[in-house]
Design a protein around this ligand. Structure first.
Ligand SMILES: [Zn+2]
Length: 330
């Protein structure tokens, strides 16, 4: 049985970078690390890199002992069997991550989905502290959500719960990565914002954004570019930002109408950077669309508190749950 003075390590594995956090049973983060994901080296290369990150963290927290690892992978996973079914960003299919990484590290390894671990992090130690039913919606390149019901991560019947990015908002809207049309992800993700902005500029709209991209040597409209364009009161940016907030507000209301959570956490790059500035109008729109005569205001709709560490901390929380039956932060 692991000792409470020991540590669990959580890894948030993204297509371009990985975050790692070592967490004790009291919910204190002992060490963190951020590193690029060498997706081009294939699954073996990525596993080697995860093992290297773990080794570095283990060294840094010595003499404390690490008892287990949980990896949040970007795709469909089977937590019971420790398999990543399909992670398009990494090019993985039917990959027995828990078994292979466990062998390499000689430690127990468990896996879950990257968005699920983010939700667990916010629930246990972040903006969702004290919640019982929580939905965490992450808005970035795509839109995903993790659902916690009665304090437990909800996977659904086949592990696919929380695909809120593919809720259809407009029946004949823009094409989505999933092949459908008018999905929330195709209308209100950061990449959807980027597409709309680029198309408008091509069609002759004035905007400060091309200049910002050049000045900062960026090829993507990142959340820092969005922040700078908003600070400069760029009319195109403002318009797209407000439209996105409205759509996310409607989406949050849909989620609330379906699941009746007490807390909705909104994360991802823009929420991390803009915080309440991004969330306030989303909350207002959501409250207007919630199907409830009174008391909608008691639902907490809040920005992420753990920001880019939500996933790695949440993964470590899951490792404590699964290997030591301990509910960190609860
Ligand atoms: Zn879709």
């Amino acid at each position: 049985m692991p000792k409470n003075s020991n540590l669990m390590i959580g890894i948030d594995l993204g297509g371009t970078k990985m975050m790692a956090a070592a967490l004790d049973a009291q919910g204190k983060v002992a060490a963190t690390r951020k590193q690029p994901t060498p997706a081009n080296l294939g699954a073996e290369g990525v596993i080697r890199e995860i093992a290297a990150v773990v080794a570095k963290l283990v060294k840094r927290v010595k003499p404390r002992k690490v008892d287990g690892i949980c990896v949040g992978a970007p795709g469909a996973v089977d937590p019971k069997r420790g398999i990543v079914y399909h992670a398009p960003n990494l090019g993985w299919k039917q990959y027995p991550l828990a078994k292979l990484l466990g062998k390499q590290l000689d430690l127990p390894v468990t896996v879950d989905n990257d968005v699920n671990v983010g939700a667990v992090g916010e629930f246990a130690l972040g903006a969702g502290k004290g919640a019982r039913n929580l939905v965490a919606i992450f808005v970035g390149t795509g839109i995903g959500s993790g659902i916690i019901i009665n304090g437990k991560l909800f996977h659904g019947s086949f592990g696919a719960a929380g695909e809120v990015g593919h809720v259809r908002m407009v029946s004949s809207g823009p094409l989505c990565g999933c092949g459908g049309r008018g999905c929330a992800e195709a209308l209100a993700s950061r990449s959807a914002m980027e597409k709309i902005i680029r198309r408008s500029i091509q069609m002759g709209r004035e905007s400060i954004i091309p200049r910002l991209l050049e000045e900062r040597n960026k090829d993507r409209i990142t959340s820092s570019i969005i922040e700078a364009a908003l600070a400069a009161n760029d009319p195109l940016m403002l318009e797209v930002y407000e439209r996105t907030q409205h759509r996310l507000g409607v989406l949050v209301a849909d989620v609330i109408n379906l699941l009746d959570p007490d807390t909705v956490v909104i994360g991802g790059g823009i929420a991390e950077r803009m915080g309440e500035h991004f969330i306030a109008p989303i909350r207002e729109t959501a409250f207007r669309h919630v199907m409830r005569a009174e008391g909608a205001e008691q639902i907490r709709i809040v920005p992420t508190a753990l920001k880019e560490l939500a996933g790695s901390i949440g993964a470590a929380v899951l490792a404590w749950q699964r290997f030591a039956h301990l509910n960190v932060g609860r």
